[in-house]
Design a protein around this ligand. Structure first.
Ligand code: PRP
Length: 225
């Protein structure tokens, strides 16, 4: 049996066409089912439905053989795990080219970010991407006080909690709706296939076949975001 960890939400919606292109159908609709282990059209493949931030943990410890998760999540996981910003013990064989977005710095439209950064004053930054934000501002030589949030980051500059946020931007609609503007582009993000290294050795043939099926599907689907 091979176990693939997925999370619901943005990445999941774009993963389904990719799974189909790789010849895999889920036999139950995860939006309707309360089950967390779902069978697929391939008898030897099952899907775990986990929280996005838990995908690297399941794959790292072998609770799942493979997983699909964002590059952002992998970087933050590695930083929590061993302080590095490369993915801890996880083999990343494929950029799936889905769920493309970016991580950016955003501020209120009336906030003078350029001056704040130039003057060398401390910037209050709210984010759930603490490692990415820390590394980015350290490289720029900007002193920051990081405030960890778990969602609705856009509220932080609007309420005075922070001067700036570091967050995912896809269409930019959320920023626009909250009168925030993007002032720095930190990195591009997309979903990655991550693999447990022991599983790759122990279940070599079926794991390789699955990775190859995903690789073929990436070329064919080329899902735009
Ligand atoms: C992300 C991010 C923004 C939004 C950006 O949240 O935190 O709020 O998407 O997308 P847009 O540029 O297309 O408006 P997500 O929906 O992933 O949920 P989250 O709040 O749980 O991170």
């Amino acid at each position: 049996m091979i176990t693939l960890a997925l999370s619901k939400g943005r990445i999941f919606d774009e993963t389904l066409p990719l799974l189909r292109a790789a010849g895999i159908e889920l036999l139950e609709d995860p939006e309707k089912s309360r089950k967390l282990i779902l069978p697929t059209s391939q008898a030897q493949l099952r899907v775990l439905v986990v929280r996005a931030t838990d995908v690297p943990t399941y794959v790292q410890y072998g609770g799942a053989d493979l997983g699909i998760t964002g590059r952002d999540t992998l970087i933050e996981h590695a930083a929590d795990w061993d302080g590095s910003t490369s993915a801890a013990g996880l083999y990343q064989p494929l950029d799936l080219q889905i769920a493309a977005c970016r991580i950016s710095v955003a501020v209120r439209a009336d906030f003078d970010y350029a001056s704040a950064v130039r003057q060398g004053s401390r910037l209050k930054v709210a984010t759930k991407y603490v490692a990415i934000a820390r590394e980015f501002f350290a490289a720029k030589g900007v002193h920051v006080d990081l405030i960890k949030l778990y969602g609705s980051m856009e509220l932080a500059p609007l309420t005075g909690l922070a001067d700036a946020i570091v967050d995912l931007v896809s269409t930019g609609n959320t920023l626009r709706a909250n009168d925030l503007v993007e002032v720095e582009h930190i990195m591009d993000i997309s979903a990655r296939l991550v693999v447990n290294q022991a599983a790759l050795k122990l279940k070599k043939a079926p794991m390789r076949a699955l990775i190859d099926a995903f690789a073929g599907a990436v070329g064919r689907v080329g899902v735009p975001s």
